[in-house]
Design a protein around this ligand. Structure first.
Ligand code: NDP
Ligand code: MG
Ligand code: MG
Length: 338
């Protein structure tokens, strides 16, 4: 583990950092670096809806090409599916010799969509949490753990720069772990597909469907299979699955042991292995990028189908009526795709 004392922020002094993209990660990195005393400029495309937001928050904004020309570090935080276009058209032709490219996910490097020239340092600092949490934790004096990798070390300094960057965004307040682009990309995609996003979403939807199809009230089903999930997961984060089992009733704990493996049976593990196989052999990446390049018809249809699931309208209504939840991410609009 690497902590604050292992990194030297002065490695970044006198260096200009261009953060390309001002979305979930982009806004968090840019603001945290700025508040850590780093010289930051945000790079955005012409007419971008993010310009006003970045300027409102006190950051200088330039067209991507201009931001890159002046930068010693270029942080690529546009969506994964557009990174290779931005890289080819705006970044690569304007990159200073000896500059450092910073990623927060290894997708484009791992699958060969971006191939940086040899003289460039290529590093990754990947926060293990959503961008809005990365910002919120930093403001509260804490940080989100990061994983750090060096893909290309032309300068001989790439690791020190990556560590300093990790400190600048607050990640080393929580801790950093060394990884590789390959390990980060494959495990990140697997985690989000099999467990965190894909697995958890499907589990919750099936639980909700099972209860409502059996005639129980949707509002009750929502609390039992979705709302309480956070409380359970919080316990897991604090003390592992063991602490979660310690806190719940003996009835719940016994049910966990006898019914968990019935619901998530060994076939699920076989399915997970197949998902991992498609990540490793590039089939998932190709399917995603091909769909995106065609205007994302499959992606948009799946998103619309997910939003039409009855658990969403039930939850929307409950959340608007009760005071137990506050949406702190003001740029998220309930019920709007994206
Ligand atoms: P977002 O989808 O939130 O990024 C959107 C931002 O990118 C907007 O500011 C958008 O501006 C800008 N953008 C879009 N197209 C372009 C373009 N052609 N040129 C310049 N800017 C553009 O991305 P995320 O923050 O989700 O992801 C960024 C990276 O971070 C990815 O590699 C992702 O895998 C990684 N990551 C993301 C996490 C997360 O929490 N979301 C967690 C860990 C890693 P505009 O107004 O112009 O559209
Ligand atoms: Mg990811
Ligand atoms: Mg219960």
């Amino acid at each position: 583990m690497f902590y604050e004392d292992d990194a030297d922020l002065s490695v970044l002094s006198g260096r200009k950092v261009a953060v390309v993209g001002y979305g979930s990660q982009g806004h968090a990195h840019a603001l945290n670096l700025r508040d850590s005393g780093v010289d930051v400029v945000v790079g955005l495309r012409e007419g971008s809806s993010s310009v006003a937001k970045a300027e409102e928050q006190g950051l200088a904004v330039l067209p991507v090409a201009e931001a890159v020309k002046a930068a010693d570090l270029v942080v690529i935080l546009a969506p994964d599916q557009v990174q290779r276009h931005v890289y080819r058209d705006e970044i690569e032709p304007n990159l200073k010799p000896g500059a450092t490219l910073v990623f927060s996910h290894g997708f484009n490097i791992r699958f060969g969509y971006i191939k940086p020239a040899e003289g460039i340092d290529v590093v990754m600092v990947a926060p293990k949490g959503p961008g809005h949490t990365v910002r919120r934790e930093y403001v509260d004096g804490r940080g989100v753990p990061v994983i750090i990798a060096v893909e290309q070390d032309a300068s001989g300094n790439a690791w020190d720069v990556a560590l300093a960057y990790a400190k600048g965004i607050g990640g080393l307040r929580a801790g950093g772990i060394k990884t590789t682009f390959t390990e980060e990309t494959e495990t990140d995609l697997f985690g989000e597909q099999a467990v965190l996003c894909g697995g958890a979403s499907q589990l919750v939807q099936y639980g909700f469907e099972t209860l409502t199809e059996a005639g129980y009230q949707p509002e009750i089903a929502y609390f039992e299979v979705l709302h309480e999930l956070k409380l359970i997961v919080d316990l897991m984060i604090e003390g592992g699955i063991a602490k979660q089992r310690w806190s719940i009733s003996d009835t719940a704990e016994y049910g966990d042991y006898v019914s968990g493996p019935r619901v998530i049976d060994p076939r699920v593990k076989e399915n997970m292995k197949a998902v991992l196989g498609d990540i490793q052999n590039g089939a998932f990446a190709e399917r995603f990028i091909t769909d995106q390049d065609n205007g994302a018809p499959e992606f948009k249809a799946l998103r619309a189908k997910g939003e039409a699931h009855p658990i969403e309208s039930t939850g929307r209504e409950l959340r608007s009526m009760y005071a137990w939840i506050k949406d702190t991410d003001s740029d998220y609009v309930e019920g709007s795709a994206g």
